[in-house]
Design a protein around this ligand. Structure first.
Ligand code: EPU
Length: 435
């Protein structure tokens, strides 16, 4: 892990060659937490070596679980005895994982305390759904100062109707309900591939969970869960980020382990812009199919175009001819990073209005959640300060496209979610080093 480091990038070289996709950050962290639902050993393979996994492992260790790396990418978790139900305040604000610990801790010890969670500054990101759902499952949950405290003798199955298909809220209900008494029905659930992967692990551990049509998930509570072994799916955000980088730099890359099913909406958007891809048995090749042209798209929950693909795609669109339109419907302020792109020469304007047809929660109020991008614009290398994880990778792409050197400060944001970035970029012929 690199703290307070800066990437030095010399742009202008097309990316070409082969890299291997890492395991998904947003699956690995949740599955380490799921391992706390049993006192037996859970072995996870294809775990990425990233900051968020390290933080999650440390939280679980602080509670008394053994979490050990074995080999390059396997992690063994054994929570035979948990020595405390209080997540230390030191983990407040580092990421959003602690809020998922309520379910496992309530099942193991009937009590849990969790400090306020943080995460990137891309919207308000409340945890009201999580708290409401735990209460519906029978827990008392109160905020005391900066700590959430929950208690329950045994959680009881219930009907949960999510106001929005939140990834984290769906996961926290899954983790809280698979050992609850009776049946839990989650309506309007999120069905991201990482959630399905979590369900696969829980099924191996002995849970009874059905994913039905129309975003309904039905959980039949069981008496106990056991140990299991699971290989985590490839990181569809890392895949899309590198694919956007390859097409933006007019390169040609192959990503081993990339899975088509998890990125269908991205592939459609990429093809509409003028990117091309060949899906092979062991991965996907990405390259330019012709001139890049502007598109209009809206982010959405899965199976829509993921909000975490938005930032790399915006950089790609600065290289596409015409006026592109992006309507961000998942977070209310996820375009702050575009100011730095404008300094590099991009023409991007941000609007509070909905520039799209999807029903959006940010229709009213002051939410800068739509963008117009006029391309193509050459980009100039410069000094940049990374504000958050996905914006950080998009700055790397912009620096790789740009003429001249760039110093991109805040590598720790990127290292939270992407593993071995300078190594991967260098392997693809890009000039990137940590200084
Ligand atoms: N929301 C609420 N109340 C809640 C929970 C969510 O209003 O109690 C709102 C959020 O404010 C947001 C929307 O619902 O506007 C979606 O949030 P969601 O709960 O789905 O997001 P999350 O679980 O906090 C995960 C990923 C994010 C990814 C989103 C959407 C993890 C650790 N994070 O966040 O990933 O953008 O789902 O797919 O899984 C990233 O990896 O860089 C990242 C930000």
């Amino acid at each position: 892990m690199y703290l307070m480091a800066t990437y030095r990038i010399e742009g202008g070289a097309p990316l070409s060659g082969t890299i291997r996709a890492s395991g998904a950050k947003n699956a690995a962290t949740k599955q380490i937490v799921a391992a706390l639902l049993t006192d037996e050993e859970v072995v996870l393979h294809n775990v990425p070596r990233i900051g968020d996994v390290a933080i999650t492992a440390d939280v679980c260790r602080a509670l008394g679980a053994e979490v050990e790396w074995s080999g390059e990418s396997s992690v063994r978790v054994r929570a035979a005895n948990l020595r405390t139900v209080d997540v230390p305040v030191a983990f407040s604000g580092l990421n959003r994982i602690p809020v998922l610990l309520f379910g496992p801790l309530l099942h193991r010890h009937g009590r849990a305390s969790v400090p306020l969670v943080g995460g990137d500054d891309i919207g308000a990101r409340p945890i009201d759904f999580h708290v409401d759902n735990l209460r519906r499952l029978g827990a008392t949950v109160e905020l005391e100062g900066a700590t959430w405290r929950a208690q329950a003798r045994r959680l009881k199955g219930t009907l949960i109707d999510l106001p929005y298909p939140s990834v984290g809220a769906t996961e926290s209900v899954l983790l809280a309900s698979c050992l609850a008494e009776g049946r839990t029905v989650i309506r309007n659930a999120a069905v991201e591939p990482e959630i399905v992967d979590l369900i696969l692990l829980l099924q191996k551990m002995g849970a009874l969970i059905a994913v039905e049509v129309d975003r309904t998930i039905v959980v039949e509570g069981v008496g106990r869960l056991r140990g299991a072994e699971h290989r985590i799916l490839a990181d569809r955000i890392e895949v899309a980020s590198f694919a956007a980088a390859a097409v933006a730099t007019d390169g040609d890359i192959f990503i081993e382990g990339a899975e088509q099913g998890a990125i269908m909406a991205f592939l459609n958007a990429l093809r509409r812009v003028g990117g091309e891809f060949d899906v092979r048995a062991d991965g996907i090749r990405f390259y330019r199919g012709g001139e890049l042209t502007a598109v209009a798209l809206e982010t959405d929950v899965h199976p829509g175009f993921a909000t975490d693909w938005q930032q790399p795609f915006v950089v790609l669109l600065t290289q596409a001819a015409g006026l592109s339109v992006i309507h961000e419907t998942v977070y209310e302020r996820r375009f702050g990073y575009t100011a730095e792109l404008r300094r590099m020469g991009a023409t991007i304007e941000i609007y509070n209005t909905c520039l799209g047809a999807k029903a959006c929660r940010y229709r009213f109020g002051d939410h800068p959640h739509s963008a117009l991008i006029q391309g193509p614009t050459p980009l100039r290398g410069t000094g940049m300060q990374i504000p958050d994880l996905r914006a950080g990778f998009s700055y790397l792409i912009a620096a790789l496209v740009a003429r001249g050197p760039s110093l991109v400060d805040g590598a720790h944001y990127v290292e939270r979610g992407y593993s071995s970035i300078p190594e991967k970029i260098t392997r693809l012929g890009g000039r990137c080093e940590l200084v």
